[in-house]
Design a protein around this ligand. Structure first.
Ligand SMILES: Nc1ncnc2c1ncn2[C@@H]1O[C@H](COP(=O)(O)OP(=O)(O)OP(=O)(O)O)[C@@H](O)[C@H]1O
Length: 367
């Protein structure tokens, strides 16, 4: 499975110079608050997306008093490669795969798939539909090759439609050609999503079966395409929504409004479940996504778990570590206390554990 066999980080947030050889399976990263643990995970996410999961402002990542950061990794697995990203204060950005310029950040994401679970991941339950679309579209993007182009064209068409909606003397007949294109692209996007989300929901249900609290709570995931499912076709619904869209100045129906409703006993899960139970649900969603990805693509994403032990009891941590171990994923888990981290994170069979101590921006291997 793809895993980082070497990671070098330079002048990234408070990390001065890091050069580590992670375990292909479990890496426990510990250190005091503010020592640089999340920054280390963030550096890995930059290799996968060309940007951080904490900020879109790349200058925040460059170490104060310096003018550029570099992150470099050797990735081993079925297809080995080297990947490097450098960002300069001036805005210059360099991303390389095996020494050649990467074509796009999508190419990096395809090569080094990464799943991040941190405090922000609660947005999957607490936040609006955007967070959930981002979550399931990760899978759709990786598994369905036609999705990326269909989505890019769809976004262009909707933008065009929205600008027409804002014209004074617009009639529906002016929009019809755009709606025909939008309907075709929406059908492709919806088909791709359904083909990925259906096995995702099945995998999620199977995983939740291992969590005791799920015996007493009816947890459901329901995909919504972004328009009402029923007798009226999506193009007809677009036409019917014209007067409302015109008033608002934007398109209210379509795949850009799709969602994955997560309910517990018929109510939004966030209103019913405890914080720890929510975290267990979020973990199961990410593992389910990785399982479907593995079945379809034959690889496993690298998991970055920031401050994972907090809020989870020993039973849920054991379940999560079992899921990760079965996947064969490389995992980086952070926590403040080394002993607590090692004791709460149960070792699975054959697992080569490595512990890294982060102290004032320096990372040393401690086992
Ligand atoms: N551009 C930067 N240059 C230098 N230091 C920075 C920069 N950006 C952030 N920092 C500092 O880096 C330190 C590391 O932050 P990080 O979030 O990685 O810590 P952490 O070990 O995950 O902490 P916690 O346990 O509190 O979550 C913080 O003290 C932060 O103020």
């Amino acid at each position: 499975m793809p895993h980082l066999s070497n990671l070098k980080v330079q002048q990234f947030r408070n990390l001065g110079l890091v050069d580590i050889t992670p375990s292909p399976t479990l890496n426990l990263v510990y250190g005091e608050n503010g020592s640089g643990k999340t920054s280390l995970l963030e550096a890995i996410s930059v290799l996968a997306h060309c940007r951080s999961f904490r900020t879109h402002k790349y200058r925040r990542l460059i170490q104060d008093t310096t003018t550029a950061f570099t992150v470099f990794a050797t990735v081993e697995g079925s297809d080995a490669f080297k990947v490097g990203v450098q960002r300069e204060w001036s805005g210059k950005s360099t991303a390389k795969l095996d020494g050649l310029s990467a074509k796009s950040s999508a190419q990096l994401a395809t090569n080094l798939p990464v799943q991040i679970i941190d405090a922000h991941t609660f947005a999957l339950l607490e936040g609006g539909s955007k967070a959930r679309r981002k979550f399931f579209d990760w899978l759709v993007f990786h598994v369905k090759h036609e999705f990326k182009t269909a989505w890019a064209n769809y976004v262009k068409c909707v933008k065009q439609r929205n600008s027409l909606l804002r014209h004074d003397k617009i009639a529906y007949s002016d929009l019809r050609p755009w709606d025909e294109q939008i309907a075709g692209l929406a059908a492709t996007i919806d088909e791709c999503r359904v083909e990925c989300i259906t096995p995702l929901i099945q995998a999620f249900k199977a995983l939740m079966g291992e969590c005791k609290f799920a015996d007493n709570v009816d947890l459901t995931l329901a995909y919504q395409p972004g328009w009402k499912e029923g007798e009226l076709s999506f193009p007809k619904q677009l036409e019917q929504a014209f007067a409302r869209d015109r008033k608002l100045g934007y398109t209210i129906l379509g795949p850009h409004k799709s969602d994955l409703k997560i309910t517990a006993n018929g109510s939004p899960a966030v209103e019913v479940l405890s914080r720890g139970q929510q975290k267990a649900v979020i973990n199961a969603l990410h593992i389910a996504e990785a399982q479907v990805y593995k079945t379809q693509i034959g690889r496993t994403p690298v998991f970055l778990l920031d401050d994972m032990p907090s809020e989870l009891d020993a039973n849920h941590i054991a379940i999560l570590s079992g899921w990760l171990s079965n996947l064969g994923a490389q995992v980086f888990v952070t926590g403040v206390d080394a002993n607590k981290l090692a004791s709460v994170w149960p070792l699975q069979k054959n697992e080569a554990i490595k512990m890294f101590h982060v102290k004032q921006g320096e990372v040393t291997v401690s086992q």
